[in-house]
Design a protein around this ligand. Sequence first.
Ligand SMILES: Cc1cc2nc3c(=O)[nH]c(=O)nc-3n(C[C@H](O)[C@H](O)[C@H](O)COP(=O)(O)O)c2cc1C
Length: 395
Amino acid sequence: MPGQLERDFERFKRELPRDFPAYVRDAYRIDLSARYLGYSIPHPVGKGSGQLSLNQDQLETDLSAGLAFVVLKTVIAEDSAGQQAMAAWAIHETRMRVERRESLAGREGWTVTWKGRGWDRSFEEYLKLVRAAAELTRAGAMVVVPSVKYHLPHLGEEFRESEYHYTTKLLGEAWGEEPLPLEKDFSPTLAGDELADEQEQILRWLREVPDQIRRSVARPVRLALKLMNARFDDEFQLEMLRAAGGADTLIVFNRLWDSTKRVAYGGFDLSDRNLRVLRAVREAGIRCPALVGTGNVCSGRLILDYALLGCESVELHTYFQIPLSEYSAEQGSRTQRALHSLIFHPSEVLIAGMLGLESEGLLERVDGELRFLDVVNTGAAAALKRFGTPQTPYS
Ligand SMILES: Cc1cc2nc3c(=O)[nH]c(=O)nc-3n(C[C@H](O)[C@H](O)[C@H](O)COP(=O)(O)O)c2cc1C
């Protein structure tokens, strides 16, 4: 098997097969099927909301690369008069810098520095993109879902229901008959805002926002809350997870906030924190909605780490943006090159990692196949072995 993996890694540098999950199933007897927001997807790798999901060309590229799902850029909710309580998040900013960032533990990773925030074009244009997203999803080509930032009130203030109603209604109409899938973004820039200074306020949002969204329209909504890394300790992250039980899925956790530079950042500090908190969730036996990991997924190993701690899929941004010279593949779009490394790298491992779990007796074949979702479902013992006790720092 390792010999075959090395050979595949080499030959797919030139071109990744479009249906690589079928190839993996056939050649390795590994079923990469995963889940995102209740959708069954062929493998666990998707694209998080951001500057890489703003238009149909980007969707076409991701579709032909074989990405499993895409979350559209976050739109700022508005009411029928075009009023946006969160208008400060709809700012226009084009300049992004992809930079190396060393973590507190000394590991070098990548981060994207950018001062922009949400969708800065018209809601009409966003709805057009949502119609295209719905078509791709309905056709079974690729799951593509919208993302929204709705009004978040101060304690004692009411939610602006008119924004919830108008925005969700129009998104639903653009989506069509089926239940509307939606990510609600609690972003790192929000964590850095004075709105998020109080813990009670954040917990209220997490408890009440799912219901606000669901009762704003008559149609069913499949709802994911994308949780921020608040500027409080790990214990508060657990409190947030306990409060967010009204969602169908939780995306854990968006980027960290650098309060000196006033920018969001990622890299290994982000994955270290996220995995440490997810490990604490396991240890504390907290029951959560389905989980999707986000944060510094830059190798198959990181996909497995998130999966071992309960994540049914992962959504990436930064790894699709690093310099071309950093990928092993020699040709193809950034999405293709990223998938090539994430799935086939012979040591930084998704396939090799699953085979490794099998040889350690931590993952069993079912009908002759190893299944990615079994890593998620039965990963508790394996996670404990891999991550040690909660006191042990992740390494
Ligand atoms: C430039 C940039 C813009 C982003 N914009 C959004 C956004 O509008 N909504 C959102 O929910 N997440 C946004 N994100 C967060 C990403 O989707 C992702 O969850 C996060 O960056 C962690 O993953 P990564 O380490 O792979 O980048 C953005 C990230 C970056 C780098």
